[in-house]
Design a protein around this ligand. Structure first.
Ligand SMILES: Nc1ncnc2c1ncn2[C@@H]1O[C@H](COP(=O)(O)OP(=O)(O)OP(=O)(O)O)[C@@H](O)[C@H]1O
Ligand SMILES: [Mg+2]
Length: 277
């Protein structure tokens, strides 16, 4: 199977807006994002966090899908205090950081809040300040973002030093992942993007997906960049399609906690080990 970007324009050189432009250069902040929606970002964020916590790391997952948050649903939490309360000054940041099953901390967002469907200057500033404030307290901060290349998603990703793109082997997911990578390279100056291939149907599919995406990036993005500054895709891990994932989500349980011996959970433990190596 192959895919090629349609009506592709050559990549522009990196603009000034970049990971450093948000002023939070902390290396342990990682944005978990994707081109296509529903590929497993929230599942990966929560379970990767639990795997990292198991290794003794202090981990925070921030539900950065501000308008359509659902990390709370996956973790079966019913938060009384959300990011919205911190932004509006009703509660302190300390009050909003909640313990989650799996021994990590979460900062949850509300759902259905239209005010977060656009990134206003005020929300940008509040989010940036908040991330800068929590970052020193944790070894890893995972930003579980929304999908796509909207302003909201791109701004959230810009707060992170590292970016992890979750992709499934479906052609639509591959095409959208490519679009995301291209936009991150050209508008944020990203030169290293980590990939997590989720819902792999056979061992080795992760490597194949990485190679395929790298090939397209080499053909359409890298030639327009300055020599020696090519975009490199690194494979953080491959998680197989596993019926236990859907079961855990339906039961609102953390896979890593309730079914740690399943293939998907074991794959995420490997990814976490690579992440903290
Ligand atoms: N490895 C897997 N095996 C089987 N099913 C999976 C796997 N990963 C994810 N899923 C299924 O995909 C669903 C969507 O996952 P999730 O909510 O994490 O996606 P998302 O990328 O966060 O979506 P959104 O873009 O809406 O935020 C899960 O509820 C689960 O049923
Ligand atoms: Mg999600």
């Amino acid at each position: 199977m192959s895919f090629a970007p349609s009506a592709d324009s050559p990549a522009a050189p990196a603009s000034q807006a970049g990971p450093a432009s948000a002023g939070v250069p902390m290396p342990h902040i990682i944005a978990v994002t994707s081109g296509k929606g529903g590929v497993g970002k929230t599942f990966v964020s929560a379970n990767l966090a639990a795997a990292l916590a198991r290794g003794g790391r202090r981990v925070l997952v921030l539900d950065a899908d501000l308008g359509l948050a659902n990390l709370d649903v996956v973790l079966n939490l019913f938060p009384k205090i959300t990011l919205h309360d911190v932004f509006t000054g009703k509660h302190t940041l300390e009050e909003a950081i909640l313990p989650a099953p799996g021994n990590f901390s979460v900062l949850l967002a509300g759902s259905g809040m239209v005010e977060y469907s656009r990134m206003t200057a005020e929300v940008r500033e509040q989010l940036q300040k908040l991330v800068a404030e929590v970052a020193p307290k944790f070894d890893h901060v995972l930003l579980d973002t929304g999908a796509g290349i909207s302003d909201v998603v791109l701004y959230t990703v810009s707060l992170a030093a590292e970016v992890l793109v979750v992709v499934t082997p479906e052609p639509t997911s591959l095409t959208d992942a490519y679009a995301t990578i291209k936009v991150l390279a050209t508008t944020q100056g990203r030169r290293r993007v980590q990939l997590l291939v989720n819902q792999a149907r056979r061992p080795g599919e992760g490597r194949a997906v990485r190679a395929q995406l790298q090939q397209v990036v080499d053909r359409y993005v890298n030639p327009a960049l300055e020599p020696g500054s090519a975009v490199r895709l690194d494979l953080l891990g491959e998680v197989p399609v596993d019926p236990a994932v859907r079961e855990a989500v339906l039961r609102r349980q953390l896979l890593m906690e309730t079914m740690p011996g399943t293939a998907a959970a074991i794959a995420l433990v490997h990814a976490a080990a690579r992440m903290s190596a």
